[in-house]
Design a protein around this ligand. Structure first.
Ligand SMILES: Nc1ncnc2c1ncn2[C@@H]1O[C@H](COP(=O)(O)OP(=O)(O)OP(=O)(O)O)[C@@H](O)[C@H]1O
Ligand SMILES: [Mg+2]
Length: 450
């Protein structure tokens, strides 16, 4: 090959190599660019798939939420039904026990009148026996009434400063004879402390604890006293009774649960400790039990201490003491009572005390009969709730207005609400709660007439 031919060949070779390089560079650029486009596409695809998944999950969540809402709705409905049934049960129980207390009250009043006519010792023994049975029945009904009222939220504690001595002294009087009959020693250690509680509810707690301690202890005795526990006072009731097995210590606080210790004793129903527990819960006072088999038990209630002066206990408690009262012979009493058996029982009793009684059943009847009494009545005894929405308070007001004289009045009622007590005392009248205790009635009436 000639020299110009060789040069030409070399230059073409260089040209080819250069073109190959350019081609390779272009190819790689094209590949890179294709790759990037594919990546974007797959990302796009993934995003679409994820979005679909999010939609599916959201839909599923929505369905779960809806079904939860439906379940909640059903639960709420079931809860409302259960509450309605329970409050219906409580209201029925309140109404029934309340209505049973009325004829019982009448029977006790009539019996009390009968007792004053009975001369033979055997007859007196019988009337006492009947009265004891009726008193037990009354206790039971009151307990049921308290339980249903607590359940229905009607019974609410009224807290105030209470002197321990004002609680302990009447309990000592009440239980000394019980202890003596069972040949047990009862010691109630005096205390000058004061606590914040509802005195009537706290008293029921202690009454039940003392009654149990004295009922289940065969030998030895019962001691009630106080201990300081920080800002609290712990009232303890110790006994030397049979003790309570560990396995029963929770169950005995439930309604109608009686323990082994009571197998031979038919008197109780197993309600005492459930009242103790319920009242303790309502008052916020802790109830505790410690016991050793064969040695005895210790029940306690823990109550906040206070230095505030205590208020005088409610009038019925003071009046419970039985005294001989007189000054009622010939007194003219206007009785306004819509319940006929109660009216009859009360009238018998008042007549036995020598009163001259006019029995009426309503405001209009009372107005008519007031003229039948020879002159102004010396006192009025009226039931708080009469028929047709009338109240004893209105009746007394009407009579006093008619004869233009202030007449002392006793309002009797089975309505234990604070409102009733407030309404009566606001008008300056006396309140007696049913079932009426004859001694209490006699004491109050004798006081009013004097
Ligand atoms: N101090 C105690 N010692 C031994 N056992 C007791 C004592 N207090 C209570 N128990 C046991 O606890 C049970 C439940 O007492 P709770 O006061 O509730 O009912 P109850 O005394 O049987 O009847 P109720 O109080 O209604 O008249 C009793 O039956 C008794 O077995
Ligand atoms: Mg009991």
């Amino acid at each position: 090959m000639t020299a110009p031919g060789v040069d030409r060949f070399t230059s073409i070779e260089r040209e080819v190599a250069k073109l190959k390089k350019i081609n390779a560079a272009l190819m790689s650029r094209v590949e890179r660019s294709t790759d990037q486009q594919l990546n974007a596409f797959s990302l796009f695809e993934t995003a679409i798939a994820l979005d679909q998944q999010v939609r599916d999950r959201t839909q599923q969540l929505k369905q779960v939420l809806q079904s939860l809402e439906r379940t909640n709705g059903h639960l709420l409905e079931a809860k409302q039904q259960a509450e309605a049934a329970s409050s219906l049960k409580s209201s029925v129980l309140i109404a029934v026990t309340h209505d049973l207390l009325q004829p019982l009250n009448a029977a006790r009043l009539t019996l009390s009148a009968l007792a004053e006519m009975v001369a033979s010792p055997r007859g007196m023994e019988f009337t006492e026996q009947i009265d004891r049975s009726l008193a037990t029945l009354e206790d039971l009904l009151r307990t049921l009434l308290d339980i249903s009222k607590l359940d229905a939220g009607v019974l609410k504690p009224e807290f105030r400063p209470v002197a321990i001595s004002a609680l302990f002294e009447p309990l000592q009087q009440e239980f000394l004879s019980v202890a003596a009959k069972r040949h047990l020693r009862l010691r109630i250690r005096p205390s000058c402390e004061r606590v914040i509680s509802d005195p009537l509810m706290l008293r029921r707690i202690l009454q039940n604890l003392l009654a149990n301690a004295l009922r289940y202890t065969q030998r030895g005795g019962v001691l009630m006293g106080c201990r300081h526990r920080g800002d609290n006072i712990r009232i303890e009731v110790h006994d030397t009774g049979p003790g309570i097995p560990e396995t029963q210590r929770e169950a005995i606080f439930k309604e109608f649960q009686r323990g082994e210790t009571s197998a031979g004793d038919n008197a109780g129903l197993g309600l005492g400790l459930s009242i103790v527990q319920r009242f303790g819960n309502a008052l916020g006072h802790e109830i505790r039990l410690q016991s050793r088999l064969g040695k005895g038990s210790r029940f306690s209630v823990t109550i906040p201490r206070t230095n505030e002066p205590d208020e005088i206990l409610a009038a019925p408690e003071r009046a419970e003491l039985e005294y001989e009262y007189g000054g009622m012979e010939g007194a003219k009493i206007l009785l306004i009572e819509n319940d006929l058996s109660s009216a009859e029982g009360m009238a018998n009793l008042l007549e036995k005390w020598g009163c001259d009684v006019a029995v009426t059943i309503s405001k209009a009847d009372a107005l008519d009969r007031i003229r039948a009494l020879d002159g102004v009545p010396d006192a009025i005894v009226a039931d708080l709730h009469l028929d047709n929405g009338e109240t004893g308070l209105e009746a007394v007001d009407l009579i006093c207005g008619e004869i233009k004289t202030e007449i002392p009045a006793i309002i009797v009622t089975a309505d234990y609400s604070t409102k009733a007590a407030h309404d009566v005392s606001a008008l300056g009248y006396e309140l007696l709660k049913k079932p009426i205790k004859p001694a209490e009635m006699r004491a109050l009436l004798s006081f009013l007439l004097s």
